[in-house]
Structures are given as C-alpha cells and as structure tokens.
Design a binder for this molecule. Structure first.
Ligand SMILES: [Zn+2]
Length: 340
C-alpha cells in the first residue's frame, strides 16, 4: 500500500465580521461531527484555536453567565481533542482586541479591521497578544490527561509576514512549525495581505529561517504548506449543485455568523483567482473526483477547513473521500511523525 501524508487542519473560530455567530453553531457542533468522521478512519486533526477570542471571552465571562458557559464548553472540547490524539495550537486574529460583545445576544461584532494584520500592532501589542494567547491555551490544556507540547502556529488571516514579527515569539515558546503558507498565493486587501508567490503551489514541507516564503535547507523552523487546486474546480455543475443544496439546506453551513468583507487593492485579486485552497468546506460531489486525483498525484497534502463553514453535504462527501483514500493508501495525519 502506498503511503500518503495528509494533514487535516482546521481554524477553530467564530465568524470575524459583523456578527460572530454562536459557539455551538460555529465551533462545537461542526467540530464534533468532523472529528467523528476522522476517527472512524483512525485519522487525526490539527486545530488552530482563535486564542485572542478566548482571551476576550474569558474577560466578559466574569460578567456574563452565557459567556462563562461558552468558555467552559470550548475548554471541554479542546481538552477532549488533545486527550484523543488531535493537536491544538494557537491562531491569532488581532482584531479581537477591538471586538464588541453583545451580552443580550451573546455574540460579537468585529467591524474594526484596523488591527486585522498582526503587523499592524505595535511591538508591545504583539508581545502581549502572543503571551496572552499562549498563557490562555496552556492553561486550558493543563486539564488534559496526556502531555501535549504547544509547538506549532497558524497566523490569523495568513498574516505571517513579515516573519520578523514572530521569530522572537516563536523562540520564546519553542514553536518550531508554522502552517500559514499556501504556495503561489498572494493577496492584498483592506484587511489581509500576504505574498507567498515565491513558493511553488503544493510544495512539500520545508525549512526556513528569516522568511516564511523562502526555503532554507538548514533553517530553524518547519513550514507545512497548505495545498491548493486549480480554480477550474468550480465548474458549472458545481455551481448548480451548490444552489440546489443550499435551497434544500443540505449545503448550508452549520455556522451562523457573518464573515469579513475583503476589498482587494489593485492587481492581487486577479493573481489569486486561479487557485483555491484544498478544503472540506469546498468539497462537493462534483469535485470528489478532482480531490481523489489530487491526492493520487501528491504524497504530501494539507487540507485547511473551518468548522463554521462545513455543511452536511460537505461532511457526506468528505466521508466518501476518506473511505476511498483509506482503502488505497496508508495515511499519516500526524505532522509530528513526518520526517524530512
Ligand atoms: Zn482564522
């Protein structure tokens, strides 16, 4: 049996725009559903937790019973994940610092995007945000019954550049691996901004030093790049299918909030339109064959998904994909066991 390295990564977070949505709909419910599927095939997930959200939630929990309950439920799920062999790491969306809590609805509004990029914070704010994130996650995982080292990171909004903003913080906490780069992609918007065009799409994991998008064979840090498909994936059949599924609710995602509206600056949208991340939330029946052939052609694959974006249809097709793949390949889904 051929062996494949397939990483199933998730950004564990609420919606990050006008309405955050609920913890149950965006995080707890879809996470437990997708994890049940992974475990059925003896696979493990890697969860990047929106830690600054947890820091803010903990703050308001002293005054709001609903927020306190949400915090406890998230904590319980994260501890459960680690106890069952899944990985849990920090993921920082700095604009949580300006989020406004609605105690009546128990939701947040994140309309101020001025701190969307980690780089837009002052040096002291960056240190504080990272320290608070690490402290919060370490405290939560202290309850787990197996030892777990928090040694990997994914930047919120792919904002890992310039890496100089992070290198001292990575070293301070012994973070050795980053999962923020999708080779070949580039965006420049009102909020997010990155340029990974110097890395080939679907590169294998590599080492780097001072620049995330520049390979350095003896580099100090590991980069596990996110996989991507050619945009032709979104065929006419797929668009029709999405419309039908939405109408019958099978294609509607579990998450119940509103995301950020990105407005592109200049040329970068054109540049990025030809690629699409490999993701469970984008996996529909018409795309199943393309996903199978992608995995057949690549020995290293990284999915990036968001529990809040998953629909019953996505999960059904994902189950079919996993069933096909596990019959054909020996799958390693734990990045810590990948050597290169
Ligand atoms: Zn995120």
């Amino acid at each position: 049996m051929r062996s494949k390295k397939i990483l199933f990564t998730f950004d564990y977070e609420l919606f990050l725009g006008a309405n955050s949505g609920s913890v149950e709909g965006c995080m707890l419910k879809p996470t437990s559903k997708v994890v049940a599927l992974l475990e059925k095939f003896d696979l493990r997930g890697i969860f990047f937790v929106d830690t600054l959200y947890l820091v803010r939630l903990k703050e308001v929990a002293s005054k709001s019973a609903k927020a306190a309950t949400d915090f406890k439920l998230i904590q319980k799920q994260l501890v459960w994940l680690v106890n069952n062999g899944h990985c849990v790491y920090p993921h920082i969306h700095p604009h949580w610092l300006d989020a406004v809590y609605d105690s009546e609805l128990n939701t947040w509004s994140l309309l101020d995007l001025s701190k969307y990029r980690f780089h837009s914070l002052t040096e002291q704010e960056r240190i504080d945000a990272f320290d608070q994130s690490m402290d919060c996650l370490s405290e939560i995982l202290r309850e787990s019954s197996i030892p777990f080292s928090i040694n990997a990171y994914r930047a919120g909004g792919w904002s890992i550049q310039p890496f100089a903003d992070f290198s001292n913080l990575f070293d301070k906490y012994n973070i050795v691996a980053d999962f923020s780069v999708m080779g070949g992609s580039r965006r420049d918007t009102n909020a997010l901004s990155f340029d990974f065009s110097s890395i080939q799409p679907n590169s294998s994991p590599y080492r780097f030093n001072t620049q995330v998008a520049s390979k350095s064979p003896n580099g100090k840090y590991l980069q596990f790049p996110i996989s991507s498909l050619a945009m032709e994936a979104d065929t006419f059949a797929n668009r029709i299918m999405r419309k039908v599924l939405w109408r019958i609710k099978h294609g509607q995602n579990y998450g119940d909030g509103k995301g950020v509206k990105f407005v592109s600056n200049g040329e970068s949208t054109k540049y990025d339109l030809h690629m699409e991340m490999l993701s469970i939330e984008l996996l529909t029946l018409p795309k199943l064959r393309q996903y199978c052939s992608f995995i057949n052609n690549n020995d290293y694959v990284q999915f990036i998904s968001h529990p809040k974006m998953l629909s019953p249809h996505n999960l059904l097709v994902f189950k079919r994909l996993l069933s096909i793949m596990s019959d054909m390949y020996q799958i390693e889904s734990d990045w810590r066991k990948i050597t290169f």
